[in-house]
Write a protein that binds this ligand. Structure first.
Ligand SMILES: [Mg+2]
Length: 186
């Protein structure tokens, strides 16, 4: 159990049980939604398609600056493990029905390993967005990218930053294991 940081709001058992319940609910709801090829569906990556919370936990809460730099270097080897309930019961059901947009707050420096991760797990997409300015608030960045698309049919994520001022027709809000430090209010 990882719980001694205020940023972590779930233990693993609670998180996983909540995840399964929500994914099953959303998967059933998905069967009632009609998608067209021009509809956009946005997926967050971390804690949505790939589980990456431990990275943030270690990098922000335990390590010294020099240790964090080393950890960041090592992280180029891997950045997350697949969240198969979401991939199989939500993502795979719609990936060929509409345009898939991946919208991540991962920095652009992690682009290469992220693309390898996604390819390893057969996560295909029509477009992917990385955060290029680390100083830009994640809420602002994600809204800015969402606003560049029309007809967002569905938005799938786990953090407040995924849904601030979101105009998507449907929102699938997954359990939040790790709370982002983003405090910006639009
Ligand atoms: Mg996330």
């Amino acid at each position: 159990m990882i719980s001694h940081s205020d940023n972590f709001i779930s233990d693993m058992d609670d998180y996983y049980n909540n995840l399964i319940n929500k994914v099953n609910y959303y998967s059933t709801l998905l069967d009632t939604i009609v998608f067209s090829p021009n509809d956009y569906v946005i997926f967050d990556i971390d804690e949505t398609l790939l589980f990456n919370a431990v990275y943030y936990y270690l990098s922000k809460n335990i390590l010294t600056k020099s240790e964090k730099e080393e950890f960041d270097r090592i992280q180029h080897l891997d950045l997350g493990i697949p969240i198969y309930p979401v991939i199989n019961l939500i993502y795979n059901k719609i990936k060929h029905k509409c345009k898939i947009i991946l919208l991540t707050a991962r920095n652009i420096i992690h682009k290469n390993i992220t693309l390898i991760n996604l390819n390893n797990y057969n996560i295909i997409y029509d477009n992917i967005h990385f955060k290029e300015n680390p100083d830009e608030c994640t809420c602002v960045y994600k809204k800015r990218i969402r606003d560049s698309y029309s007809k967002i049919k569905l938005n799938v994520g786990d953090q407040l930053s995924d849904f601030v001022n979101d105009n998507s027709e449907y929102q699938f809000i997954l359990p939040c294991f790790y709370r982002s430090e983003c405090k910006h209010v639009l």
